[in-house]
Unconditional design. Sequence first.
Lengths: 211, 211
Amino acid sequence: MSTGGLTTTSYAILGLLAVKPWSSYELTQQMDRSLGHLWPRATSKLYEEPKKLVGAGLARSVDETVGRRPRTVYQITPKGRRALARWLDEPGSGPVLEFEGLLKVFFSDHGSRDAALASIAATAEWARAQSAISASVGDEYEAGRGRFPERQPQLDLTARFVTDFYAMVGEWAQWAAGVVREWPADPSRAVSDPEVGAETLRRVRRAAGHT
Amino acid sequence: MSTGGLTTTSYAILGLLAVKPWSSYELTQQMDRSLGHLWPRATSKLYEEPKKLVGAGLARSVDETVGRRPRTVYQITPKGRRALARWLDEPGSGPVLEFEGLLKVFFSDHGSRDAALASIAATAEWARAQSAISASVGDEYEAGRGRFPERQPQLDLTARFVTDFYAMVGEWAQWAAGVVREWPADPSRAVSDPEVGAETLRRVRRAAGHT
DNA sequence: TTCTTCATGTAATTAGTTACATGATTGA
DNA sequence: TCAATCATGTAACTAATTACATGAAGAA
């Protein structure tokens, strides 16, 4: 979804600038801490995108020096705040998921059971690691050392989403590992337990049952 | 993750060709039915990527006609099967999530409460719609009209992941809507309930608690 | 017969990543 | 003083999307 040359990534950066002014390097750190969990982007974008915002009049750049070293700090303009509010007024699009590890499970009948187990184990470890990162950020907030206490209501909502997501991934991986361990060495010879599909169908019907 | 000019998308197509030969158009339909839930790609990729596979000797193209109309069907080669098996032997990478709707909630203190509610409502509707699509595919399988019964064990695992994901998104949206409805019209004046953060922290600690 | 949808592609553009470069600061 | 890593960027490349084009089949 883009409007007038600005992409969602542009608005993600603009939103951060609405919180406070940042240098590009500080933005990369914020990416690691929070934004990257819902809108991951390469470091170089964080140097490139603020310039586009400046070009559009939505931000200003201020050259500073730290020690004898130059750096550029970006801050939002009033026009930028208006543009951000307009962007927020349109509902955002739904989650987009790309999951290579699951793709390998999906095609696991063309490989070995051990390969499938390895992919699932990697997923489990990924979920655990992400949860650990979230937990350490959460610990800081619990200890009152959170960066932006005035934004706590917004953080509450987003943190709950990402932690629930990581938990769900981890639980799936535990379950899937148990299933695949019972497969024969050649997964194309595996037999499906009808109860699995039945339970999945119950769950999805419940989720589709509206409101 | 790529190897020798082939991308994950290349292998995703190659995996489908390992199941049976397809034309590009048939691949687009399969994208809608299954693969697109975990590895979404634009239609044009499905016309472009098989040609790369042919160029690499991993697939062959067969020109057919339907009525008086030409079409190209792609099928995997033995070399393609070996390449697929090698790819499957490496664990895949973890899920990558991009979620613009959540981004707007994250920055909702710079907009209106109603805008935040609209974004959350759109997310709830998205989750319901995705679940409904999954349910209808599930119904077909339950009725024994599933396309590839021999791949049921693999479908069991992937279907469970995506349906649980949609359910989790829907439950989050329901919960978040309830929270935001209690906010004042200006979300920057909202007050955080400490219990929310505490509960999130409990959940994430449980998920991080290893194995 | 006309309109719509199905089906098959190609071309142009772009958003994003990977790789590279380099000076400053800090600690051993 | 040497190495590591912190910090700040640029350049080259590419994977992917969007937009376009077009003929065939089926419905009204």
